[in-house]
Write a protein that binds this ligand. Structure first.
Ligand code: AMP
Ligand code: GLY
Length: 482
């Protein structure tokens, strides 16, 4: 990859030298790109990695080691004597890849399987958030189909209802949520989930689907590095979840992102960390499942204040592609500090004060290029053209789903294929850079949006925010399984 954007890193002599990154998608490419630019980092192993990740300096990919195989990951980490393991995607976390590493004394940035349930079960997420006093949408988790249908009917008929949202309980790569304007659509979504997966495997008390009131507002992703009891936030970002321009089409894993977001000023994110991340970390510790890793709060900024939509137990994709080029401190000492339960000391060592990581002052826009037929049945094998031209146009390109053929050409090999990041002193100039670079790239059936960061909500005033941050507060309804 041709490097266009260079993070303005302070050098640190004290960071980890040998890293193992798990995963091989766009988020991991961005992490590796960022980590290899840090002075203390000597070697980055990536399991399984990808052809494009393997082209980064200091990197060795391990295509034979699956991130989903805890025993193989532990063997690699110990044989290679790595200083820190960083887990990228959610599936290895849910598969428990972290637990044996912790047992063996290997520092790892990523939560245990039990703590990762905050993402892998939406019902668990609601229950933890409610116990921690974090505002969530009115809703409930269900095992029994008829009860889920009754509740969706009741919510749809409620005064002022804008519809309901139907969520599969488990991990669905961002595609398990249906936003329904009316009961008929919700009914189809609920019946579809039960028909596709059959009755819940864990029996009648296991949550299978979550039904929530539909909220309206702009979304924001607030991701923090966490170590059991403390949190340090990356700047806020905004993902665009729908497939097509104008927020039309089905939900996806994310079609583009930008940062900063003027309607969530960075100065006020600290308040949200106090209101959301810290109480949830305390609640998880109380339950015996302390969380070390990236805690990602997906928020809806409603007219009544911010409401939590979901937690993820990892960095957002494509948010992190837009965020990493903005950071003005090296990440690896902070990830190691979080993994060792001493994030505060690592932050102090770097001169980081307060709850937010310092930024370069640049804005960033990431545009995702997706394969034909994404998200349903993405087509593989289409030849990608224009990568070099895009880099020459100023874009930084992260590969998510590509493979390089024996002819040296990259082909599509996944749903979301590339993200193209543009930087600039304003969101508008960053967007112009990302657009002109993305315009250079094409393949048969490529899908992308042309409106990422095109209409950015106005900046919120501090007065607005004091009021919104108070909100009505408190949990709205029980999240237990029915
Ligand atoms: P989740 O995986 O829960 O974040 O949901 C994925 C996406 O679905 C979110 O980013 C929102 O765009 C949408 N969504 C989830 N919950 C709600 C809700 N209660 N109201 C409106 N949209 C929602
Ligand atoms: N971009 C949304 C996610 O990472 O879940």
């Amino acid at each position: 990859m041709t490097m266009q954007a260079t993070p303005n890193l302070q050098t640190s002599g004290g960071g980890p030298a040998r890293l193992l990154v798990l995963g091989g998608g766009g988020r991991e490419h961005a992490l590796v790109w960022s980590l290899t630019r840090e002075a203390s980092v000597e070697v980055v192993l990536v399991a399984p990695g990808s052809d494009a990740i393997g082209d980064e300096p200091k990197v060795s990919c391990m295509p034979g080691v699956s991130a989903m195989d805890p025993a193989a990951v532990l063997a690699l980490a110990t044989t290679e004597n790595v200083d820190l393991v960083i887990v990228g995607p959610e599936a290895p976390l849910a598969a428990g890849v972290v637990d044996p590493l912790i047992d063996a004394g290997v520092p790892v940035f990523g939560p245990t399987r039990a703590a990762a349930r905050i993402e892998s079960s939406k019902a668990y997420c609601r229950s933890v958030a409610e116990a921690a006093g974090v505002r969530v949408a009115r809703g409930m988790a269900f095992s029994v189909e008829s009860l889920a249908l009754d509740f969706a009917r009741e919510l749809s008929a409620a005064r002022g209802s804008r519809g309901v949202v139907v969520k599969a309980d488990g991990l669905m790569a961002g595609k398990g949520v249906t936003v329904c304007a009316d009961f008929a659509t919700a009914e189809d979504a609920i019946r579809g989930l039960y028909a596709k997966s059959g009755p819940p495997r864990g029996g009648p008390s296991m949550p299978f689907v979550v039904v929530e009131e539909r909220l309206v507002g702009a979304e924001a992703s607030l991701i923090a590095l966490c170590d059991d009891h403390s949190a340090l936030a990356l700047p806020p970002a905004r993902d665009h979840k729908r497939l097509r321009d104008g927020d039309a089409g089905p939900n996806t894993g994310g079609m583009g992102a930008y940062s900063p977001i003027p309607d969530l000023p960075e100065s006020l994110c600290a308040t949200l960390i106090d209101m959301i991340h810290l109480p949830v970390l305390a609640e998880l510790s109380l339950r015996g499942h302390p969380f070390r890793g990236a805690l990602y709060a997906g928020l809806m900024l409603t007219p009544e204040g911010p409401v939590l939509l979901e937690f993820n137990a990892r960095f957002g994709d494509p948010e992190i592609q837009a965020l990493l080029p903005r950071l003005a401190v090296p990440l690896s000492p902070l990830l190691l500090g979080a993994a060792q339960g001493d994030l505060a000391a690592a932050a102090a060592e770097l001169g980081v004060q307060g709850r937010m990581l310092p930024t370069t002052g640049d804005a960033a826009v990431a545009i995702v290029l997706a394969a034909a037929n994404y998200p349903e049945t993405p087509r593989r094998g289409d030849v990608i053209s224009g990568l070099d031209e895009a880099a020459r146009a100023g874009g930084t390109i992260f590969h998510a789903g590509t493979v390089r053929g024996s002819d040296g050409a990259y082909r599509t090999d996944g749903g979301r294929v590339l993200s193209v990041v543009g930087l600039g002193s304003t969101i508008a100039t960053a967007r112009a850079c990302a657009e002109s670079a993305a315009d250079c790239i094409t393949w048969d059936g490529m899908q992308r949006r042309h409106d990422i960061a095109a209409s950015v909500p106005a900046a919120a005033s501090a007065g607005d925010w004091d009021r919104l941050a108070q909100g009505p507060g408190g949990p709205q309804m029980s999240g237990g399984a029915s």
